[in-house]
Ligand binder design. Structure first.
Ligand code: NAD
Ligand code: DAU
Length: 349
């Protein structure tokens, strides 16, 4: 049986990719390798654990010997690499773990793949999942295209940019079959509630303040997570080796407008009077070095590989709010323990 290794499969996007691949490719073994940091949660995959083609291995992408053994034991020919430290605010507090996981971890996987596929690279692929943040901030209009020069501005995006460079260096230098995709902001079920959308849905639910950074004027381009997983599937199977693909939904929202929409939808679903939670909006000190605007041009992916997003944003957001409100046990379990300490440090200083 063919094997595909998915790193970070217990995280937000990784769990959707694992679910899609396990269900869509029953004749392929899908190996989920994750060391279960605060952001990794096997509950995200409860519905796939009993599938015969699913395997979970608890392992650290920075551990060369372990990675090498997994690639060899499962005779892995495809790697979809998502494992990372992913939250910008945490990267501002502790940049070192971001350099370690995102740069050294990616380099470790690349080196292990190079060794594993040294004799026969035919049909092998290293797919690196990256972010639009590597392109920097669009202060004067326009869109990020695949050839936009890198200009990362946070420790998180700097670490992702470095990892992207290593992937391309391995393709160029060692002919490792590799490609990269850069995606805009994802939203949907199973996102850890440190990120804007699940954090605010949870706070509206609990009648807690909604901490809006600065004036709420920053712009993000939002994509439903299952559409990102579908794009990864299309690129993994049909993308050109050595290429880069931008993924995004042409769906820009100013934070404050998105927050007001979330309030309307959540209040309605909680049977509260319209706008009841507007009073929770609290403008707080801006994020240091806060990127003003991201906007992805995903024309290449559409024209070359035929991918388009499946959901309108209002529909996707309502689906997402409904999911968090009907999965309160999941929310309560991930917001206990370490999360409380993080929240205190981040928002009550
Ligand atoms: P996440 O933080 O929800 O999940 C990350 C996963 O990686 C977790 O399961 C964690 O346990 C695992 N992990 C962390 N360090 C590890 C290590 N050393 N070894 C093994 N596993 C480890 O992240 P996410 O939001 O799902 O993002 C996944 C990937 O997609 C990241 O590479 C991120 O940069 C990229 N991305 C995210 C977004 C977004 O909007 N969330 C957008 C574009 C790209
Ligand atoms: O663009 C892709 C990136 O999107 C991914 O690579 C990252 O992994 C992912 O975390 C995300 O980064 P952002 O920094 O854009 O996402 P976040 O949800 O943290 O913030 C979205 C916007 O909301 C941003 O402008 C900051 C703002 N914000 C966020 C939080 C957590 C607030 O105003 N208040 C908050 O409490």
């Amino acid at each position: 049986m063919k094997s595909i290794l998915i790193t970070g499969g217990a995280g937000f996007i990784g769990s959707h990719v694992v679910r899609l691949f396990v269900n869509k490719y029953p004749d392929t073994t899908i190996v989920n390798m994750d060391n279960l940091t605060y952001a990794g949660n096997l509950e995200n995959l409860r519905d796939v654990v009993s599938q015969p083609n699913y395997r979970f291995v608890k392992a650290d992408i920075c551990d060369y010997a372990q990675v090498k053994k997994i690639l060899s034991d499962f005779e892995v020919t495809g790697i979809i690499h998502l494992a990372a430290e992913s939250h910008v605010d945490r990267s501002i507090t502790d940049p070192f773990i971001f350099a370690h996981t995102n740069v050294i971890g990616t380099l470790t996987l690349l080196q292990a793949a190079k060794e594993q596929w040294a004799r026969d690279r035919d049909g092998c692929l290293f797919y690196h999942v990256s972010t639009d943040e590597v392109y920097g901030s669009l202060e004067h209009g326009g869109f990020f295209v695949e050839t936009t020069p890198y200009d990362p501005k946070s420790p998180y995006s700097a670490s992702k940019a470095a990892s992207d460079h290593f992937v391309r260096a391995f393709y160029n230098t060692y002919k490792l079959p590799a490609l990269v995709s850069n995606c805009s902001n994802n939203y949907g079920p199973y996102q850890f509630p440190e990120k804007l959308i699940p954090l605010f849905i949870n706070n509206i639910r609990c009648n807690k303040p909604l901490p809006v950074y600065g004036k709420g004027e920053n712009v993000r381009d939002w994509l439903f997570v299952e559409d990102h997983a579908r794009a990864i599937d299309v690129i993994f199977h049909h993308g050109r080796v050595g290429d880069t693909y931008n993924i995004g939904g042409f769906n820009e929202w100013k934070n404050i407008d998105l927050i007001r929409l979330m309030i309307r939808v959540t209040d309605r679903l909680l049977d509260r009077p319209e706008g009841a939670s507007e009073k929770l909006i609290t403008f707080v000190t801006d994020r240091a070095g806060h990127d003003l605007r991201y906007a992805i041009d995903s024309t290449k992916l559409k024209t070359e590989l035929g991918w388009t997003p499946s959901l309108q944003f209002e529909e996707g957001l309502e689906k997402t709010v409904r999911w968090y409100l009907s999965n309160q046990a999941w929310l309560d379990s991930v917001t206990s323990g370490e999360y409380q300490r993080y929240y205190e440090q981040m928002y009550n200083r």
